[in-house]
Design a protein around this ligand. Sequence first.
Ligand SMILES: Cc1cc2nc3c(=O)[nH]c(=O)nc-3n(C[C@H](O)[C@H](O)[C@H](O)COP(=O)(O)OP(=O)(O)OC[C@H]3O[C@@H](n4cnc5c(N)ncnc54)[C@H](O)[C@@H]3O)c2cc1C
Length: 330
Amino acid sequence: MNRSTASLSRRDFLYRAAAVGGSALLLNTMNAWGMGIASKVTAPPALSGSGKGRKVVILGAGVAGLSAAFELRKLGYEVQVLEARSFAGGRCQTARKGFSLQELGGEAQHCRFDEGHYINHGPWRIPLDHQSTLYYTRLFDVPLEVIVNENDHAFVYLEDGGPLSKQRLRGAQIKADMRGHVAELLAKTVQGRQLDARLSADDQMLLLDYLTREGALERGDLAYKGRNGRGYAVNPGAGLAPGAGTPSDPLAFHDLLAAKVGKVYSAVQDFPMHATMFQPVGGMDAIPRAFAKRLGNAIRYNAEVQRIRQNGDKVTVDVRDAASGKRSSV
Ligand SMILES: Cc1cc2nc3c(=O)[nH]c(=O)nc-3n(C[C@H](O)[C@H](O)[C@H](O)COP(=O)(O)OP(=O)(O)OC[C@H]3O[C@@H](n4cnc5c(N)ncnc54)[C@H](O)[C@@H]3O)c2cc1C
């Protein structure tokens, strides 16, 4: 290892990884170090050392700035968070009655929801792998509830052309029919001996058994004719006149292919897009609010950082007060 490599800090290395490989390489590098999205840790990395007698200025009271401030204060640093806006949380925002936001173009957005309603217009899902976020929700007693990220019975509108364009369908219909049609195609390929070179006779039997169940195929002709999981044309009855229900017809394979339905599945198959995730009860901003409450006046609001100067061992941060326009230095 030469001198320049030996003196490369972790931060420098991450900058360079991002410059060369973009955010994908950056995230992979952080994951490899146990710092990233796929981290197995159940709490943020433990910081060591003492900050007694040292001052740290943090730019921005987003969740990154808030958690850094919270952790550094525990080590004894004197922390000042400079936040340009009048509230903490950064992109982690929740709009409810009375919430207003000035967009960069100057346009003001005012939330006029009924009492008790809200929308998380920034982050809204906490997957089970986001252990650091979950750690803080436990630490701050922020109650969580399950959020349904993928609902097969929600309606889907396919836009990519073909006969199914703009039709209101349910995810369950699309998934059942694609699984059925693809299973039928593969099963008939096996039956036609076209996979003999690839699969042993035993494996072909096992595959046929799997496909028959996976695609709800008829045992005899291996045809897919629909399944009740896609919904009925007439639902089964109950009560005084119970009926078996009228099965619904599957969507045609060609029509599904023409609609490029792969998009319907793919989004929720990526890590960490689980079907169920967590959300704070009452709004995602419960997390930054909990940090802000603990940090108190260590956060300076309406403090827009305009310039950072560094010489020797001193850093000066020039700030404009977004409310009054007054300028000062920290
Ligand atoms: C629409 C949307 C949906 C998302 N969904 C999810 C999700 O479901 N789950 C998830 O985990 N993540 C999600 N994310 C990502 C998540 O919101 C961000 O990763 C996270 O909020 C970033 O936090 P941060 O502190 O790094 O940055 P930010 O939240 O951007 O915070 C930066 C802060 O710096 C302040 N600031 C900027 N310039 C200055 C200045 N000159 N002076 C002073 N202060 C300044 C800003 O006002 C802001 O408060 C989503 C993001 C968006 C936008």
